[in-house]
Design a protein around this ligand. Structure first.
Ligand code: ZN
Ligand code: ZN
Length: 336
């Protein structure tokens, strides 16, 4: 069609729907180890919708809608996400923490984001490594950061954070009403990537041992008498703020302090009541110093040497991989 003497032509564009079907304009691939809520916030941002309104679009309940979906993703929303992103259902489901054998050790999700304005003695629902966020090509939040037994980054060796370094509030990216990426605090607008101090070697060894033991539990190994390791670790009560609290109820600051006390041999804030859970915590802290050397020599014997890279100094071998490698060796021996 041509108009007037200037000869401007107007050509109707192909309808978006006929070109792209019901797919949203931008489809974001989940990153390795990413938490569902993190992927949803990135997906919303990429498609030009602030997370608060994206939750309404998905008809997800609650102000902290995305964090709730981490724990239980209804089939209706899963189907809708698959239809609009064309990412397989199983890949989306793998981003959630459901079903969750470590539920007792997950940081608690409060009823509303306002309650995340907690004093520094209270737990928040999500931690993060500022160095990881600063280094990521597209910053994202990891599933492991919701575990109360994690206090440092295995990659960078620095401490995690559980609140904004500027305003001190817990994270609330699901409440963001402006088109701002989730590595910016939804309360005050400050960047979350301000560096933290390194964790001590003792704390990192204890944390790594607990992580290895939990991986073994998740891969099917059970403790004697069928006891659950997460239940045992999660049921111990520590005295903080004059109240007995389980590890999942403690802020990052108190959990880091607890790990230091356990590894430095200082008096620990256990209550006066002795329990099998407290005895177990002490036993794990006692063996943690020897653990790294044992796993490394086992790793050298049964696994190929990893390529040198930024992770090689801090990440260390994974116990679940080692046990699987040992099982394979045993099978091969029996087959001879
Ligand atoms: Zn990191
Ligand atoms: Zn803030």
């Amino acid at each position: 069609m041509r108009f007037g003497p200037t000869g401007i032509s107007v050509t109707p564009a192909e309808r978006y729907e006929s070109a792209a079907g019901n797919r949203w304009p931008m489809s974001i691939m989940p990153a390795s180890g990413e938490l569902l809520s993190s992927w949803l916030h990135r997906l919303a941002y990429a498609n030009g919708i602030p997370p608060h309104y994206f939750g309404a679009l998905l008809e997800a309940p609650g102000e902290n809608w995305s964090a709730r979906l981490d724990r239980a993703l209804p089939g209706r929303i899963l189907q809708l996400l698959e239809e609009h992103t064309h990412i397989p259902l199983e890949d989306i489901t793998a981003l959630t923490n459901a079903p969750d054998p470590l539920a007792v050790l997950r940081l608690p999700l409060r009823a509303s984001p306002q309650q995340s304005c907690a004093p520094k003695t209270q737990a928040t629902w999500l931690q993060f490594c500022p160095a990881c966020l600063a280094e990521d090509e597209t910053p994202y939040f990891r599933r492991d950061w919701r575990l109360a037994t994690r206090v440092s980054c295995f990659r960078h060796g620095c401490r995690l954070r559980d609140r904004c370094p500027s305003c001190g509030q817990g994270l609330a990216p699901f409440s963001q009403k402006r088109l701002v990426p989730h590595q910016i605090c939804a309360w005050c607008g400050a960047a979350l990537c301000k560096r933290t101090r390194p964790a001590t070697n003792g704390v990192r060894r204890l944390e790594r041992l607990i992580d290895d033991l939990l991986r073994l539990q998740a891969s099917g190994h059970r403790m004697a008498e069928g006891r659950s390791l997460p239940d045992l670790l999660g049921s111990a009560c520590f005295q903080f703020s004059r109240r007995p609290m389980s590890i999942a109820r403690l802020s990052h600051r108190d959990r880091y302090q607890l790990f230091r006390q356990l590894t430095d041999g200082q008096s620990t804030p256990f209550g006066t009541r002795r329990s099998s859970a407290i005895i177990y915590w002490k036993r794990v802290a006692q063996v943690a110093p020897a653990w790294g050397g044992l796993v490394t020599s086992f790793s050298d014997a049964v696994l190929p040497r990893p390529k040198a890279g930024p992770c090689s100094n801090t990440a260390g071998p994974n116990l679940a991989d080692l046990v699987q490698a040992a099982a394979r060796l045993d099978q091969q021996r029996q087959a001879l």
